[in-house]
Design a binder for this molecule. Structure first.
Ligand SMILES: Cc1cc2nc3c(=O)[nH]c(=O)nc-3n(C[C@H](O)[C@H](O)[C@H](O)COP(=O)(O)OP(=O)(O)OC[C@H]3O[C@@H](n4cnc5c(N)ncnc54)[C@H](O)[C@@H]3O)c2cc1C
Length: 489
């Protein structure tokens, strides 16, 4: 094994996914010498096995569904998808699993790259095992940032090791359409992949444990409308279906459920959650526990480590497992590292320059199903749990003129939560075709803590689906006025 002399940088970043790349970019922009360590591909899960390929698979599915709702266009898209072309486009959007463009970008932003597996080796030190068996010791003057993301969490179902199950990686990169695909889980990855592979020609069966419905972390109507859409597309959804054993025999996956039912498929996808990539990261050398999520403060510092040199951003800190939110953290963490290194004041007050306040107040998410789901801020359940007094305002999006224009037979639902003590919007959920592009209006409203009274002056254009904002406000105001009317004698 070749062992080089230790190299010292201001900042060492482990993991060059979307988040690590942005931490490194920001640290470098702050004038700090920065190195990033990556063991697979620069760009991380998002670029090659998550956001990019999944959305490339889903875009033709949703565009076709939208087109089929438009009279005069419907007939033109009556046929099946061109599977080969969809998969080829997916490959292109995944950069053919090649990261050379990202390497050029790192170079352009003056960040050094070391390929290999990084592990903490005591405070402010990272030992890298390089692919050729060499070792490099990196020392950080100011900070180490862990941005190692997550991988698919698999259950301990008996027989699992024999079936070569799909995880999100295979589900986003497969080069063929299985005849029958079983999907275990009812969260975002499960519903998106069910949407994609059913439309590409697989017969999809979803096995969803319990009876909480699909998308259990969102407003219940979101999961209900998505379930309706999936069923109409031909997906077989089985709630209360608990997998007890699985085996691959004669090329087929055979599943046994808790109620004794048996099921056969060609492939099985486990969309059963994510686990932090911290099991082999040397956490124990700094007093942390291998395999744990890394809890951080609002500036991204790992709270359990003294002296404030260790940061964690992105999926690995478990705040919000989304690329855009991780990149938001990265911008703030990079700036906080820069400020501390230069002895400048750190503005970590709520909504301060160095505080990831939106993580707790305004996390936007779009689920790319038919119908789409778009949400930001609190759900009713979360508001309840947080003890926030909210007024729940619902509106049927199908009643908005813009929705009629968008597509015949439009179905959708909107919910706005008004924080009655603050007079601002605490959360918004839209479900319906095309609502993903509506979401940023809600994000600005929630993050900006715009007073509801001022929202009356934000006029949505006619005839767009955005007019749902007006209807939500009218519904809210109507209710307020009803409450103010004197009781009938
Ligand atoms: C199927 C699917 C679809 C998704 N779709 C969306 C979407 O549409 N929009 C969205 O916002 N989010 C989406 N997500 C979530 C998104 O992929 C993650 O939130 C995002 O990738 C997190 O970025 P990250 O940089 O924290 O981690 P990652 O992207 O996981 O990157 C971590 C990097 O660290 C490297 N690494 C790990 N350990 C080490 C080590 N010890 N040494 C060196 N390198 C290491 C890894 O190789 C990897 O490159 C999706 C997720 C899945 C599974």
């Amino acid at each position: 094994m070749t062992k080089e002399a230790p190299r010292t940088y201001d900042v060492v970043v482990i993991g060059a996914g979307p988040v690590g790349e942005n931490v490194a970019d920001q640290a470098s922009a702050a004038g700090l010498s920065t190195v990033i360590v990556e063991r697979e591909l620069l760009g991380g899960e998002c670029s090659y096995w998550a956001c990019e390929p999944s959305k490339a698979l889903l875009r033709p599915v949703l565009a076709r569904a939208d087109a089929r709702r438009v009279p005069g266009l419907r007939q033109a898209v009556a046929g099946p998808l061109d599977v080969e072309a969809v998969l080829a486009h997916r490959d292109k959007m995944s950069a053919y699993w090649n990261d050379e463009n990202q390497v050029d970008w790192l170079d352009a932003v003056s960040v050094d790259l070391i390929r290999g597996h990084g592990r903490l080796d005591g405070p402010r030190q990272v030992a890298v095992q390089t692919p050729d068996g060499g070792a490099v010791l990196l020392k950080a003057r100011h900070a180490v940032a862990i941005c190692t993301g997550t991988s698919a969490a698999l259950p301990d179902t008996p027989g699992l090791d024999t079936v070569r199950p799909w995880t999100s990686r295979e589900a986003t990169s497969a080069d063929h359409v299985p005849g029958r695909l079983a999907i275990v889980g009812g969260g975002v990855v499960a519903v998106e992949m069910a949407t994609a592979w059913q439309a590409l020609g697989a017969q999809v069966t979803m096995l969803v444990r319990g009876d909480a419905g699909l998308l259990p972390r969102m407003e219940p109507f979101a999961g209900e409308l998505v379930a309706d859409g999936l069923r109409e597309a031909g997906v077989d959804i089985r709630f209360g279906a608990s997998l007890t054993a699985v085996a691959r025999e004669d090329g087929e996956v055979r599943m046994t459920l808790a109620d004794g039912a048996e099921l056969v498929a060609d492939e099985i996808l486990f969309a059963t959650g994510r686990a932090p990539r911290t099991a082999d990261l040397g956490l124990e050398t700094v007093g942390l526990t291998a395999g744990d999520w890394l809890t951080v403060d609002d500036t991204g510092r790992v709270t359990a480590v003294a002296d404030g040199w260790l940061y964690a951003a992105g999926d690995v800190n478990h705040r919000a497992l989304l690329t855009h939110q991780g990149k938001y953290q990265a911008r703030i963490v990079g700036a906080a590292i820069g400020a501390r290194a230069k002895g400048e004041p750190v503005d970590d007050a709520r909504w301060g320059v160095h505080a990831t306040t939106a993580d707790g107040a305004a996390v936007p998410q779009v689920v790319f199903t038919d119908p789409e789901v778009a949400s930001v801020g609190l759900t009713t359940r979360e508001a309840d749990r947080a003890g926030r007094r909210v007024e729940v305002v619902d509106y049927d999006i199908a009643r908005v003129a813009g929705a009629h224009q968008y597509g015949e037979g439009y179905r959708g639902q909107a919910r706005m939560l008004v924080d009655v003590d603050r007079g601002t919007v605490a959360g918004v959920t839209f479900v319906g075709p095309g609502v993903g592009e509506l979401l940023h209006s809600a994000t600005v409203t929630v993050a900006g803590e715009v007073p509801v009274e001022r929202l009356w002056h934000a006029v949505p254009a006619f005839p767009t689906i955005s007019e749902v904002w007006l209807r939500l406000l009218e519904t809210y105001r109507g209710r307020q006025q009803d409450q103010m009317l004197p009781a009938e004698a």
